[in-house]
Design a protein around this ligand. Sequence first.
Ligand code: PLP
Length: 815
Amino acid sequence: MSIPLKNIISAIDTKSYDTVDDDVIIDHVSIDSRSSHNSPNTLFFALIGPNNDAHTYIPQLINEGVQHFVVSYIPKDLEKKASFILVENTLEALQKFAVYYRELFDFPVIGITGSNGKTIVKEWLNFLLSPDYNAIRSPKSFNSQVGVPLSVIAINEKHNLGIFEAGISTVNEMEKLEPIVQPSIGVLTNIGSSHDEGFENTDQKIKEKLLLFKHSSILIYKKNERVDALLPKNIPTFSWSFDDATANLLVYKTETQNQKTTLYYQYQEKSFQIEIPFEDYASIENAISCLMVLLYFNYSNSVIQSRMHLLYPVEMRLKVKNGINNCSLIDDSYSSDYQSLKIALDFLDSQNKFQKKTLILSDILQSGLSNEELYSRVAKLVVSNKISRVIGIGETITAFQNKFTNCITYPSTIDFLTDFENLDFSNETILVKGARSFEFEEIIAVLEEKKHETVFEINLNALSYNLNFFRSKLQPNVKIMVMVKAFGYGNGGLEIAKLLEHHKVDYLGVAFADEGISLKNGGIRLPIMVLNPESTSYSSIIQHQLEPEIYNLKGLHNFIKIAEQKKLKNFPIHIKVDTGMHRLGFERNDIDELIQTLKGNTSVQVKSILSHMATSDDAKHYDFALKQINLFDELSSKIMTELQIHPIRHILNTSGISNFPEAQFNMVRLGIGIYGVSNDTEEQKYLENVGTLKSIISQIRTIPAGDSVGYGRRFMAEKETKIATIPIGYADGISRAWGNGVGYVTIKNQKAQIVGSVCMDMLMVDVSIIPCNEGDDVIIFGESPTVSEMAHHLNTIPYEVLTSISQRVKRVFYR
Ligand SMILES: *Cc1c(COP(=O)(O)O)cnc(C)c1O
């Protein structure tokens, strides 16, 4: 962005301001004191939250060079130290700024609200429309009073479509969000009972939600009498239904098989069918919302089918885990409302592993119904979903126990846990569903199968999510190669390659022939480029149909010689040119001979020309990066013109995709980003964590003051200290530099410092203030610490931390 401060001052109802220079141009707006993008041209909004007042960070921000602040008071002793724009309420000022900013852009904006499915519909629409649009969308579930303005402020000149979600928890909130989003196309997803407690009744909630569409040119929704009655007449609608033929689109049949559903629908008097890779009811509804948007955008059925076919699960709130005694556990221990209970039971029904099904259910807190009515309905659901037994936890459900047939109840989670030994759980599916306050994670902990080992857990959904994040940055028709070298950056080669094949990426990249061969042997059919083929591996490269990168004349001559001996025709090769990285590649002086050698040669075919950037992640070297790009353009153009060929050209790696969108040529090479790591702290917020390195506590002991821990007695206890031993060490890839008070692990959501030196197979941590037991889970890295944080303290880069995890650590993949 680039906006004169004075325009902002007049847009946000400023009470007074004290600034040297209101001609200054603001190029960045921030609410995050830790953002590395904060600079002298940042405008910082000091928000005040329930636990945090950002005004307290202002002195530190001034030290770091930030000069412009929107505040609701000027912190003591800071008058005249920076420019302060005083407003009544900094959140409202941020929202007003977002309204002003939104008005600077004129392109279609899809606004999504509803009780469930907002984030999924947003992510899917982004995925479905990304081949044709450069869409800006809310990151993760930024749909709140703060999240929505932040999402909108991220719009830039390159975007031509907006996809934003808006969520509310009480009245008068949507009124503020509508002018910020200004959706031209409205999508109302499923209306359920979450947040009912913030409203007098469901009608009031629906009415409030509908305010988002006040000025929309179309509202897409599932036809339903209740909404129709509340819908202002001036909003044109585009509706769908499973049974009401007056809707614009009628889904008259659904057929489910093998985790796929075929939808048969009637639209404009014709019948169509499409297949989606889901079978649960919630996903089907969300997919239909997306289908409606695509129809509204006039996509043909064949395009719709080919794209919807590739939809992927966005997140699994319902996690399936292995339980004790061969049980299967469905963990939904974070919410309890009637609607989500229905969804969870539906999901339970789709798991046909066992006949026997147990529901462990807490009191339902936000239903909007009388308890009598509520538990009667729940009892009906239990019967229709063929639940074998119900275990109710909470005082209310205990009072209504007689509504259920096979039901035992406990007043509290503790009572259940005390009686746990007497309950028999085996060979059954158990749905654990409870409101946050019941702490059902304790129940999950006793029911979950204990795995006594160190594992590296890879979240495949997160990987898909990250892939789509970067895909959405690509211009139409730009291909994508994903780098899976070094065992998928330590995350696992074959499994990740399979997922990428499923997502139809165009190419895979590996470092050495061996890596490519094991992927081909594992059944991967995608073309695979080998970055660093040794001459001795040329034969096996050919045998396994891998595609070598050729980076010098010697390699070229050798490869052609072998290709000719084997009488190959048009064998694909990739030409690497050196534009400044000075690692591998043909230099300018080699290009003529390269061209002469290839001219008229029919044994090989130049499939692509590539180069690699040395500084795509570093704004300091922006000019150097541009030089590389220009030289690449020049040298590759020369090769193309003289040989009269049109190969794929590619130079961008992950940071390049983010920082040099104009240099995408015909393909990009995505690496670290897909594994959830960005070199940019802003972008990091948009990525999902993929890998979590986990272990358990082997032993706990308490040592008195004066005792030491580990080799060389490098930790001396100053007071009585509780020490936990974790079976992971430097042989597993945990650097010794991470020990001796530098690093920490996470146990029960709390940091535990590593004390003493990291040993070969073990390390010790201080758990004096953490209530924990032997056998408890330990997170070595993942959400906290993150790989980037760890790398930073170890004076290295996340790439090294990830690829150091040794092969003896078992990789576990989950969705
Ligand atoms: C590893 C690699 C990439 C990917 O780099 P990231 O920074 O991980 O995105 C791209 N191109 C080449 C030649 C590479 O070696």
